[in-house]
Design a protein around this ligand. Structure first.
Ligand SMILES: Cc1cc2nc3c(=O)[nH]c(=O)nc-3n(C[C@H](O)[C@H](O)[C@H](O)COP(=O)(O)OP(=O)(O)OC[C@H]3O[C@@H](n4cnc5c(N)ncnc54)[C@H](O)[C@@H]3O)c2cc1C
Length: 323
């Protein structure tokens, strides 16, 4: 059996950030992920300046595709607003592998199935044992299922359903476009270009408010719209994934076990942003272990737009009623 101080289950942004911080603090940490990196992660790959800061990234030294937007195009009920701001895009295929390698932690490809606790030690599939456990394996995280599910049941009304595809495409418009509540979608659709000829398009909405097959119908209309203007002749094979927006998260830390990122359901309620909350919660879990202090999620924002009126309106419109 392989022994370590901390086992991090999942090597996405939450897990790699936790591992990075733990390694820097001198901890004996191992990351277990069911996939071999680089691996596909369904995601638009839009990141905020806070993500760049939290990761202490020197953008000039980042070795992969990185595009900066100086505005967002918001399309709402026929209105077209150009909102000045700084945002970025990356490809998750590249970004996640880079983060994980940068963490310096050993990574073992292993699909975690069973975790039990014996005399203060966590035993994972009878193959690994550790004193501390960080659950960072996304929506179906085995740490969440083993220790947190009963205490933190997820709220159905906070579940998002998505469809997306990232393709090699010689885009012409280098800006990011978002269409809110188009044709009754309880969410939004996106066009997110990546540096050097990649493009991510997708859409998502609140699962309980979508009729069966509705996402596919929305996709067909959205692809038709893009074909007419922004992305002619692009071919898509969209896939779906589901995750949870921030609920109460009553308990994210029990004894020496923690849940982070999508495992804890931390994506923001106004923009469904999950990368930033995953990274920050991973860092906070690591600091809690290193400094023996409480795992504090109060600095992990639940609102990308700052929690003001636009944030609250989007939160309300997503979860309670389409505009
Ligand atoms: C279509 C779509 C678009 C999105 N767009 C954006 C966006 O543009 N910006 C943004 O901020 N957020 C976006 N999100 C949300 C964002 O992708 C997630 O919130 C974020 O990836 C959460 O990070 P994480 O590290 O918690 O989990 P993940 O990134 O899901 O990583 C979890 C890791 O755990 C591994 N794993 C899973 N199960 C096991 C197991 N049993 N054993 C071992 N390993 C396991 C997986 O292989 C994976 O590598 C989007 C989500 C979707 C679905």
């Amino acid at each position: 059996m392989i022994a370590c101080d901390v086992a991090v289950i999942g090597g996405g942004p939450a897990g790699s950030s936790a591992a990075w911080r733990l390694k820097r603090g001198g901890a004996d940490v191992i990351v277990l992920d069911k996939e071999s990196f680089p691996r596909l992660k369904l995601c638009a790959g839009w990141i905020t300046p806070e993500v760049v800061r939290d990761l202490e990234m020197d953008i000039a030294c980042y070795p992969h595709r990185f595009l900066t937007f100086d505005k967002l195009h918001i399309h709402l009920k026929g209105l077209h607003l150009r909102v000045p701001c700084v945002q970025h895009s990356i490809r998750r295929f590249e970004f996640d592998a880079w983060l994980l390698e940068r963490s310096g932690a050993p990574v073992v490809q292993h699909n975690v199935k069973h975790i039990r606790q014996e005399n203060g030690i966590y035993i994972i599939d009878d193959a690994f044992k550790c004193k501390y456990l960080i659950g960072a394996a996304g929506t179906r995280c085995p740490v969440y299922r083993a220790f947190f599910k009963e205490l933190n049941p997820r709220a159905d009304e906070l579940q998002t359903a998505t469809l997306e595809h990232e393709i090699e495409y010689d885009w012409r418009d280098p800006d990011c476009h978002l269409w809110f509540f188009e044709k009754g979608l309880p969410g939004y659709a996106w066009y997110v270009p990546k540096q050097n000829g990649w493009l991510n398009i997708g859409l998502g909405g609140m699962a309980t408010r979508l009729k069966k097959h509705a996402l596919k119908d929305h996709w067909a209309k959205f692809a038709g719209k893009l074909d007419r203007k922004l992305a002619p002749r692009a071919q898509y094979h969209p896939e779906g994934y589901s995750y949870y927006l921030r609920g109460k998260v009553e308990t994210a830390h029990i004894r020496n076990a923690f849940i982070t990122g999508d495992a804890a359901g931390l994506a923001t309620r106004d923009m469904c942003e999950g990368i930033g909350p995953a990274i920050r919660s991973g860092l906070r879990a690591a600091e809690s272990i290193l400094d023996n202090k409480p795992y504090d999620l109060s600095t992990v924002t639940g609102a990308s737009l700052g929690g003001g009126v636009p944030s609250r309106m989007l939160d309300w419109a997503f979860t309670r009623g389409a505009m």
